[in-house]
Write a protein that binds this ligand. Sequence first.
Ligand SMILES: Cc1ncc(COP(=O)(O)O)c(C=O)c1O
Length: 385
Amino acid sequence: MSSIYLDHAASSWPKPPEVVQAMVACMEQYAANPGRGSHEMAVKASRTLFEGRKQLAKLFRVKNPNDISYALNTTMALNLAIKGFLKEGDHVICTAVEHNSVRRPLEYMKQSRHVQVTYVKTDRHGHLRMEDVIAAIQPNTRLIVCSHSSNLLGSILPVADIGELCRQRGITLLVDAAQTAGTVDIDVNGMGIHMLAFPGHKGLLGPQGTGGLYVHPDIELEPLLHGGTGSQSEAVEQPSVRPDRFEGGTQNTPGIAGLVEGVKWIQRETVDRIYRHEWELTQQLMTDLLEIEGVQLLGPELGQAKTGIVSFTVSQTDSSEIAFILDQSFGIAVRAGYHCSPLAHETAGTMERGAVRASVGCYTTKTEIEQLAAAVREIAKHMKQ
Ligand SMILES: Cc1ncc(COP(=O)(O)O)c(C=O)c1O
């Protein structure tokens, strides 16, 4: 197994010990069905779900915790938001760095519901110009979907400016916070975000199988799932009350128990400090990589704001080969290929070979970064021969 883990943008690891302990405690002591019974264990399970909503609401400055619904991951949350909101004939704007978890549901809506989609280009570093977003608005634009940070380039998109634009034009804003929840400050009201899709298993330090969607109280959505909620069992329709409306079926209580501790850990550490730590590591890695002949960096330049992602190519070598050597010969886990974001690769001009992506987390050390740079230096030397 790899001894240096630099794939936090996919799923963070390791988790704080409190996260693991809370999950084990739930499994051993009270993994009963939340919201389905009135016995003590079921009540404790329900309380855990509510505690999670409360902690997430505090982190994202959401007024009513019940406006946050759990989902298995960001993809499920994005599908709920996109399919639940859009109607036939609507126009949607998104960016040319979106993940397939945004692009595919939008393309599905285009095929099946005649929704129109405009992809607004960014520059090759992943920076979006507001003029281009404004120019894309049509009379039937109802939704803007925007990744808060590109999972290939690490650029941070101007969500607050888009939020202000949406407020002026009466457009709804859905933000994909897969790469920023827990690592970049998010204030849903201050930034004018109407819907926020987030993972629990990345920056929030919870386990896989957790995530969620915040929906502004004025926004109506069709549920993605219809089924048991433990409430209003006599009604044939899905309850209108939140979060039950969007949470058909049994929730992942042990996972949420872990997520609660992950979010508390972040609040103690503070998002600002985590951002700073990750930013400094990316700057160090970029500086080291820039000195290696044949290495090309993608994304924002040195000194600019970005999340903990450094993507690069080495000469003409296929990115999977580099990642394989890093893993097998140096014990370093990174990701290669297209990162589920062919749009971003088109933007960066790396459609042919993909890119290697190293992504840091709150536990990543300077030494690990130095070891990655040394390994890439060694590989690049051999690739030249
Ligand atoms: C920008 C972005 N959006 C969506 C996703 C999908 O996230 P999840 O795996 O939680 O569904 C990812 C995953 O890496 C991502 O980086």
